[in-house]
Design a protein around this ligand. Structure first.
Ligand SMILES: NC(=O)c1ccc[n+]([C@@H]2O[C@H](COP(=O)([O-])OP(=O)(O)OC[C@H]3O[C@@H](n4cnc5c(N)ncnc54)[C@H](O)[C@@H]3O)[C@@H](O)[C@H]2O)c1
Length: 255
């Protein structure tokens, strides 16, 4: 799917990986509708990107507000794709605490609600819009989801986050098979350790230690590294049903 003169929805587009992707789409000649929470930096990001960008506040777990964002995207011309970056970190809770008490289930449920139910909500609502397009070169559009390397090598304390991200990986091939009949491709990026506000909460020495653990290149991933892969997956018409680790070859240790 070409970027030029087409419209794409980017969730989580106010920050980190989503903001870099929205920027790259506009720089590539596309239009972008940024979806993020009310009170996020979405408005200022859209302003920075100029006329080709619009911010529509929405919660990805909420059908009504996400549908309004998709309506707004459709008003700029056919929606040809979505890059789903909105999500939250995990709760870093062990199954049992030091005294042997079980972790609360509410926290697990919230991580799964945002990261997995939110992903499915975006997938189904975006696919319904994209499926109405006339095909271009045989395809109607493309969707990129975001998992994590924690989907494969989750660390101690990451049960909720790993469950949510492993499920995103799991639905990728099913979604690609399912939506093949309407000409929509679905792929997922599983980022390693990226230098975004999500990791900025950690102390500098911890961030440096994380970067040193990446085999090559020995640095944290840059949001632009993610954006480059997202654009490839939108544009390469033979990429489908795949989860791509983007991680400098890191494999996370148990803790
Ligand atoms: N940064 C990393 O190292 C890393 C690694 C692996 C996976 N990821 C995944 O990449 C994605 C983006 O992460 P990031 O590092 O850019 O984080 P970030 O915190 O910089 O950006 C996430 C954005 O999502 C938005 N968001 C959160 N919940 C939302 C909701 N319910 N509805 C709408 N918007 C919501 C936030 O407001 C924020 O702007 C997440 O799914 C994260 O799990 C990040």
């Amino acid at each position: 799917m070409k970027l030029t003169d087409n419209t794409f929805l980017v969730t989580g587009g106010a920050s980190g990986l989503g903001e870099a992707t929205a920027t790259a789409i506009v720089e590539g000649g596309g239009r972008v509708v940024i979806v993020d929470l009310r009170g996020s930096d979405g408005e200022s990001t859209a302003k920075r990107l100029g006329d080709a960008a619009t911010f529509v506040p929405a919660d990805i777990t909420d059908e009504t507000s996400l549908s309004e964002a998709l309506d707004a995207a459709g008003s700029h011309g056919p929606l040809r794709g979505a890059v789903h970056c909105a999500g939250r970190g995990g709760d870093r809770l062990r199954i049992l605490d030091r005294d042997g008490n079980p972790a609360p289930v509410d926290s697990f449920r919230n991580v799964v609600e945002v990261n997995l139910i939110g992903t499915y909500n975006l997938l189904r609502l975006a696919a319904a819009r994209i499926a109405r397009n006339e095909p271009v070169d045989g395809e109607r559009g493309a969707i990129v989801l975001t998992a994590s390397v924690a989907a494969f090598d989750g660390q101690i304390g990451q049960t909720s986050y790993t469950a949510s991200k492993a499920a995103v990986h799991g639905i990728t091939l099913v979604a690609a098979r399912d939506l093949a009949s309407v000409g929509i491709r679905v792929n997922t990026i599983a980022p390693g350790l990226f230098d975004t506000p999500m990791l900025a909460r950690l102390r500098d020495d911890i961030r440096e230690g994380l970067a040193a653990g990446v085999p090559f290149p020995k640095r944290l991933g840059l949001p632009a590294d993610y954006a480059g892969m997202a654009l490839t997956l939108l544009q390469n018409s033979y990429a489908n049903g795949e989860t791509i680790r983007l991680d400098g070859a890191i494999r996370m240790a148990p803790r």
